[in-house]
Write a protein that binds this ligand. Structure first.
Ligand SMILES: C[S@@+](CC[C@H](N)C(=O)[O-])C[C@H]1O[C@@H](n2cnc3c(N)ncnc32)[C@H](O)[C@@H]1O
Length: 260
């Protein structure tokens, strides 16, 4: 597979700043952004504010990778999509690695498909020659209180149209884990699990983890988030501990597992 080109850095002194006013869990948003405006004046360049991250003095590598910037910008549909740019770059770098392994790509929890499409477009669409499976109920959300904007009859059709011309993508509509039966790959290079629900995520791991090839990557989107998401981490830590794995908690809120 032809891999995305590396972007050489011409000016090491040029540091990019990024801010999107989308973070979650604020008790007083007005006060928070007043204080953040102050704080951003007190730090060196290379800042990132969004998706519950505030960092500074960082290279912000994602914005220096031109192939990624193009893919990310052409796929963001709202401020929440923009805010999670760093999470998307973790997916893009995982794709770069896993594209060179045997096996297909799988996402459990697709919603509008922005994650899958950003990853494929990072390679330049047609250059991505792996099969990418996308499992979701699409037209409704089986997880209570988690319905996303537009999750109603017709969403699946809309997402199918969004992927028109992406012949490497197989969208599978149905409830996980049952929808995997007789309709899932035997070998997996990359597995992204984003269901916002501990039992569903464990059920999917039960079926798919053994199919991930050595060197393959599993990303658990909500692993390191607090609040109700902690139920996922607690269940997943116990599940992986039995198999002698540790999940790498990423500052983006994701968890990463490197398959042996
Ligand atoms: C956070 S969204 C996925 C976002 C997507 N990964 C992205 O990168 O944009 C979670 C999705 O999981 C789906 N979902 C949750 N539980 C499911 C299950 N048991 N079977 C199928 N889909 C499920 C929901 O319908 C929802 O669309």
């Amino acid at each position: 597979m032809k891999l995305p080109a590396h972007t050489p850095i011409e000016d090491p002194g040029r540091m990019l700043n990024f801010m999107v006013q989308t973070v979650w869990g604020l008790t007083d948003p007005v006060r928070f952004y007043e204080l953040m405006d102050e704080a951003r004046k007190l730090v060196v360049p290379g800042s990132y504010l969004g998706d519950n991250l505030f960092t500074w003095g960082r290279s912000n590598s994602l914005f220096e990778d031109q192939a990624f910037v193009k893919a990310w910008e052409s796929n963001t549909q709202n401020d929440a999509d923009r805010a999670i740019a760093w999470r998307r770059y973790i997916l893009a770098c995982s794709a770069y690695h896993c594209a060179q392994l045997p096996g297909d790509f799988v996402e459990c929890g697709v919603y509008r498909g922005t994650g899958i499409k950003t990853m494929i477009d990072y390679f330049g669409k047609d250059e991505f020659t792996k099969t990418y499976w996308g499992y979701d109920t699409y037209d409704y959300n089986p997880v209570e209180h988690h319905k996303f904007v537009g999750q109603e009859d017709g969403l699946f059709k809309e997402i199918q149209q969004r992927f028109a011309g992406y012949d490497q993508v197989r969208l599978v509509k149905g409830l996980l884990p049952e929808s995997l039966i007789d309709n899932s790959p035997e070998q997996i290079a990359f597995l992204h699990i984003d269901l916002n629900h501990a039992e569903y995520e464990i059920a999917v791991l039960d079926v798919l983890f053994d199919r991930v090839v050595p060197g393959g990557i599993v990303i658990l989107d909500d692993y390191e988030w607090g609040g109700e998401y902690r139920l996922q981490k607690i269940a997943e830590d116990a599940w992986f501990d039995k198999r002698k794995y540790r999940v790498f908690p990423l500052p983006t809120g994701q968890g990463m597992v490197l398959k042996r």
